[in-house]
Design a protein around this ligand. Structure first.
Ligand code: SAH
Length: 242
């Protein structure tokens, strides 16, 4: 009994690994959020689909487990990397008492990497990734993590920076970072990486504070060594002594 947990990268086929494509070929049944299954439509023609809306993660993973128990080769799909705010952890929890299912996780390009490449090289040095979604993590914990990261002069990547219910979270986070980093700190936002409407923009931390973002955006906040070189966001590692 085989269950693959596959990260498909930011936008599907073009940015998937060969290993992910090969694993998908072996599967009879594919489980994932509708948007992600649509992104890989060409690769899953004729395969059974387990698809549910955004908030049905547990149901979807349970259905995937049951399909594997019924002898199907199953793929559970996440965008980016399945281990980064994806389905991999939940899948292991749900399969905990079913040792007969062999689980294989196949990594994908997470938004921090694909978005970082679009902007230039913002994550050359130590960085942290923080999700601003407080659905499963209390807001006080998120605040503490942001403050510690800013205090430590880490570059910061923000996933899930806003939603319809969380309109001012980015502003609040910028205000916390501004306690430790100057207003001119270089920042970047990327939206819809790898997809048709892809866009990116560089700005300062004080401008980011007043910028509207949505769930399709990933936000990059530079550190004291981040600068703009030839229109790109670059964090220096210090090779040239500058
Ligand atoms: N597992 C995914 C992350 C899922 S959390 C990964 O590894 O990339 C969802 C968040 O990821 C979004 O709110 C956004 O911040 C980021 N994201 C995922 N795909 C994106 C894309 N194509 N363009 C921009 N941001 C993206």
């Amino acid at each position: 009994m085989k269950l693959y947990i596959i990260g498909i990268g930011p936008a599907g086929e073009e940015q998937m690994t060969l290993r992910a494509i090969r694993a998908l070929e072996k599967c009879d049944c594919v489980a994932g959020y509708n948007l992600y299954l649509d992104l890989i439509e060409n690769l899953i023609v004729g395969k059974e689909r387990i698809q549910t809306g955004m908030m049905k993660e547990v149901d979807r993973c349970t259905a995937a487990r049951d399909a594997a128990l019924n002898g199907k080769t199953v793929a559970v799909i996440s965008s980016g990397d399945a281990g980064v705010y994806g389905m991999a952890g939940l899948m292991f929890e749900i399969c905990e008492n079913y040792p007969q299912i062999e689980i294989e996780v196949i990594s994908g390009i997470t938004a921090a990497c694909s978005g970082g490449a679009l902007l230039g090289s913002p994550l050359t040095c130590d960085f942290v990734v923080i999700s601003l979604s407080d659905l499963l993590t209390p807001w006080e914990v998120i605040e503490k993590r942001v403050k510690c990261a800013a205090q430590g002069d880490f570059c910061i990547v923000l996933y899930n920076p806003a939603s319809k219910k969380r309109v001012d979270h980015l502003k609040r986070v910028c205000d916390m970072i501004l306690e430790f980093q100057p207003p001119k700190t270089i920042c970047g936002i990327v939206r819809n990486i790898g997809r048709e409407e892809e866009s990116s923009e560089l700005m300062t931390l004080e401008k980011l504070r007043d910028t509207q973002v949505d769930m399709l955006t990933t936000v990059f906040i530079g550190n004291s060594r981040t600068k703009v070189i030839s229109g790109k966001m670059v964090t220096s590692r210090g090779y040239r002594g500058v």
